[in-house]
Write a protein that binds this ligand. Structure first.
Ligand code: HEM
Length: 522
């Protein structure tokens, strides 16, 4: 017994010594929060464990809990101290303790703007560290000079003229998707989500790495499974502070599985980089060159011309695009189909638009011109991202104090070092910005409606200097896939809106899948 106690005490002392600097930093932030944020509401918290004891373990129940807390604390239905927003008035800020670490959740345009528009507050908090073990410090997770340099270097690779070159890839894989759904035509409900995920995975592998993994044809499922399990493990690590202790992380089995999957995905990318490098060298020696270049080829060209990128730098960026670039669009495509399944009137309007552009019954490949004409489809995609944004939380570690104007008229100073989480879903359900915020209505994206709204009330792609670099890519991809899908099919959704619960993991995903019935259009 004495030996066990000595080991535990020894381990705790070791942890304190090793983490002395972060502990002192945490102490400083906690003291600042105690003075600056004492009026900000949030769920009850205990010393050291914060509100973790209240967190619902099951992700489904956790969503209800977060919704209740958001209603209560963000939208002014809580009792305030001195800073008292009048009852029912939107408040927009909530304080949440995850273990001993405080963080604020920001949910209205006024509170979000000062954080996202800043050129200084571009750092990511420690909650992203686990993600970095997988995707390294690529564009999503890097900070300071490294981020500025990479963002400047990568922005031209997302120019619309380059993305346009990927359009035939989008169209080809969309056609495979539509064909693979034929077997469900006229049948019972089925879960469409795995189909959309495999389609977007095929698209990102070919556009980012120049390879065909053919996930839709049943190949390379290990990779798909590994990516899924990594995301789940990171999400659990972020949520439950006891996993921050390595022995618990490993004893739970999650740590070992996580390491195995990270190795599998990283090795996969490294292998592709080597093969692609050899292929490009052979091509340049033989004087030939492929006209359409994958994102990886663009990075290898930058490497050759400037010598600024190592193979591992390239691996980080490719893995970042693999992570950000397929689950996000799969969720966007899936939820758009689901919403249109609930809303037959909107679906009819979309069918009419597609018939005008393509002629009813045509199964020709789309052109860029066709896709540009699908304006109602774009509104449906944007509205679906408003209701269920693929990235449910955007976090920053504040590099300087940020002042927020509270509705009570007082100012709240968020201290430097604090983690600030922005909630796109809360901002997009603000009744001051949308007439009927909980109802799916693509007309919210009519030009007049957009003009009359605070742009920070619609931020599925974030905003400011660190917004999504792949936004145009994502919209074009979703439009291409969905135009094929709705040209061919009419869809009915199974879940009622009430029992549809998206799970706010790293990427918002449907809890029960995308259960739909497809009928060939007649
Ligand atoms: C519907 C689809 C998508 C949504 C809703 C979305 C949303 C977002 C959001 C909210 C961020 C900010 C995250 C943060 O600051 O923590 C972000 C960043 C990013 N996204 Fe997307 N994204 C989508 C698709 C894509 C695609 C297709 C790609 C690449 C092909 C991509 C690449 C990136 C990258 C690299 C960043 C980091 C940018 C930076 O920090 O400078 N995204 N995305």
């Amino acid at each position: 017994m004495i030996i066990v106690v000595s080991i535990i005490v020894g381990y705790l002392i070791y942890l304190i010594v090793v983490n002395l600097k972060p502990i002192l930093e945490l102490w400083r932030i906690n003291r600042k929060c105690a003075t600056n944020l004492k009026m900000v509401c949030g769920p009850p918290a205990l010393p050291l464990i914060g509100s973790a004891h209240l967190f619902k373990w099951h992700p489904y129940d956790f969503t209800f809990q977060m919704e209740q807390w958001a209603q209560k604390y963000l939208f002014g239905r809580a009792k305030h101290g001195e800073i008292a927003a009048p009852n029912g008035e939107v408040d927009g800020i909530m304080l949440l303790w995850i273990g001993p670490v405080p963080m604020v959740l920001l949910g209205t345009a006024e509170c979000i703007r000062p954080v996202l528009e800043s050129n200084t507050n571009i750092s990511k908090p420690s909650q992203y560290d686990k993600m970095s073990e997988w995707i390294g410090t690529g564009l999503l997770t890097s900070t300071h000079e490294k981020w500025f340099h990479r963002r400047k270097m990568l922005t031209p690779t997302f120019h619309f003229s380059i993305i346009q070159d990927y359009f035939p890839i989008f169209a080809r894989h969309a056609e495979v998707l539509v064909e693979s759904m034929e077997k469900h035509v006229g049948g019972d409900y089925f879960d469409g989500f795995p189909y959309f995920k495999r389609c977007t995975l095929d698209i990102i592998c070919e556009t980012a790495m120049g390879i065909q993994v053919n996930a839709q044809l049943g190949e390379n499922n290990d990779y798909v499974h590994a990516v899924k399990r990594i995301s789940e493990a990171i999400w659990n690590h972020m949520r439950f502070p006891w996993f921050w202790f390595k022995p618990i992380w490993y004893l739970s089995g999650l740590g070992f599985e996580f390491n195995r999957n990270v190795k599998l995905t990283n090795d996969f990318t490294r292998k592709v980089i080597q093969e692609r490098k050899e292929m490009l060298n052979e091509e340049s020696e033989s004087g030939g060159g492929k006209k359409r270049k994958a994102f990886l080829d663009l990075l290898l060209t930058i490497q050759k011309e400037t010598g600024t990128l190592s193979d591992e730098d390239i691996r980080e960026e490719v893995d970042t695009f693999m992570f950000e670039g397929h689950d996000t669009t799969a969720s966007g495509i899936g939820f758009t189909i689901l919403w249109l399944g609930y809303n037959p009137e909107c679906q009819k309007k979309l069918h009419k638009e597609l018939d005008d552009v393509f002629d009813f019954g045509s199964d020709r490949s789309p052109t860029m011109e066709d896709i540009k004409k699908c304006t109602y489809l774009e509104k449906c995609i944007k509205e679906s991202l408003r209701m269920f944004p693929s990235v449910p939380l955007i976090a920053r570690r504040l590099s300087e104090d940020v002042t927020i104007d509270h509705p009570s008229g007082q100012k709240i100073v968020l201290p430097e070092g604090l983690s600030a989480c922005v909630s796109p879903i809360a901002a997009a359900r603000d009744p001051r910005a949308y007439l009927d915020p909980d109802t799916f209505n693509p007309d919210n994206f009519d030009i007049d409606a957009i003009a009359g709204r605070d742009p920070y009330a619609y931020i599925p792609f974030s905003a400011g200097p660190r917004n999504c670099i792949g936004q145009k890519f994502a919209i074009l991809e979703e439009k291409t896939v969905l135009s094929w899908f709705f040209r061919k099919y009419e869809v009915e959704s199974l879940q009622t809106e009430e029992n549809l619960r998206p799970l706010p993991e790293l990427i918002l995903r449907p809890y029960n899948g995308i259960n739909i019935k497809v009928k060939r259009r007649e």
